[in-house]
Write a new protein. Sequence first.
Length: 644
Amino acid sequence: MKLKTIVQFFVVRAFEGIVAITLVILMPNIPPDAKFSKSFSVTPSLPLENKLALNERLNHAEIWHKGEFIGPEAFAEYNGELYTTIHGGDVVKLTGNHITPVVKFGKPCKGFYQEQICGRPLGLTFDKNGALYVADAYYGLFKVDIKTGKKLQLVSVDQEIDGKKPKLPNSVTVANNGDLYWTDSSTEFTLQDGIFDMLADGSGRLIHYDAKTKKNTVLIDGLHFANGIVLSSDESFLLVSETARSRVHRYYLKGPKKGTNDIFVDGLPGLPDNLHSDGQDGFLIPLVVAKDALHPSPFQIFGPFPIARKFFARVLGLAELGFRILDQIYPNEFAERGMHLVGHFTSLSFVLPSRVTVLHVSKTGEILDSLHALDKTISGISEAFIFQDYLYLGSPFNDYIARVPLAKAGLKHLASKASSETKSTTTKTSPKQTTPTTQAPPVTTTTTPPPTTKTPPTTKAPQTTPPTTKAPSTQTTAPPPTTKVPTTQTTPPPPTTKPTTTTRSTPPPTTTQAPTTKSPPTKTTSPPPPKPTTTTPTTESPKQQPSPKPVPTTASPVKQSASTAVPKQQPHTTTPLPKSNGETKQTIPSSSTTPPKQQSPTTTTATPPPSKESVKQSQSTESGAQSKEQSKDSSTKETPKSGK
């Protein structure tokens, strides 16, 4: 008897349940008044691997302005300042830690549960002239002067567009010509009843507002909760997210496909919300609710079963109806909160998945990268916005703004940078151009020896302890302005690398110097000393400027002692030779510095014949090294006389 009673009890209860469900589904005029006739299925979620592999780039996000407002849904930037929309009908400006009210929509209200009175701005954007455009979910589309706070309503929710009134203006973007593109998430439900729209057939729209004619045109209809919108960098197309179907549509504004649309990206591992450009032709797509193959969205599970969706929607509708009747009989805050909570997305904020994901997508729809947070620090992210080297994360549910440095998020390449690398290249090229100048030769003399190892012929300095080599060269060059020829000759010799003696014997009068120049090969250690000596001449050059000045003038006597000129200042007068170099720099400008330099290459062409003699003399010099030393001593004594 007991078993029979138990079975009978469950059968009766099941029958009553079936009757109740049938009545809920079939009885007319039960809220919500919407269509549940279409079955739909979504593309399976892309696996969390490769570019979608889980990471922790958004972990430990900085929490900003905690508890100072609720629901920073979207962001916009103008003149280096950040703007956001929040609960209560306000748009505020964020300057560091300061919050400045910009504009207020709606009317005074008791709290967020009276959202339909307060107003709820969602999307916002600036045009090139600094005008702010805001989409308010309950009042329509507005143009705002941020300096005065004055607002102009462009589109009202009471205005029919293509036979239907907008019920949920959501996102807005502006073109360069001033036209607006905006989304109406639903023509059947307000934001307060957003859950009902997710269960019903889609009724969202993409709309174009012509700034000149003030007319609205529906571009795409039947979107299942149309949400974020963004223009491409060249304005050839725009993107609109279809939140309930986990995909993004592309509408063509230019080109052969103008006026048509297709799927930009599908099978997203979550529900897409607001869209933003990354500043480099790509896009950022935040997923306000994460999902995957093992954790599908409840709204999408019942997509193929419209009757089941209708039942759940009507159950919620009846619960909301009960609170409404209670409020009509006995107005109270509890009933108002109940009506607001039943169908609002906020009621689901407590069961959001722990994973937070932001996608980086190319202009062709390819997923370039993904950013994840797994530490439960943040949740319900509807906006990803790049501003001043940070990625700002907004949410319609949170009482804070989260932000992560772009470097930590792996998006440092999207930050604005000013590179000054070209300066280094210009500095390198400038000395090459200024080699003819008087200051360039010392630089070239130091640099040329290392590159042209065979041209220690630049050992003009090393031969006679760099000063001596330069001294004869300068003396001979003063008349033929080949003072810098030694420096410039280092560069021409490369073509004549084999006749190293030619470079050394370039000054025909100083053919004897060439033999001395061959002494450096014998004295391999001598080249390093010239480098320091070249630096010293610059400092000591001003000391004895008068002595070298006569040297260029009296080039003929030098020719007489050409052989001795090279050894003249090997032992002691190392400084005078750089002095002569520095002095020749001064004397050369007096006699038009640049022309002698141009004439120096001409002298090099004439030098090869004496180079043969120099070879013979070099051999003689090798045999008579002792005589050279004696001549050096005599030359040193003669040089001061000439300087006097």
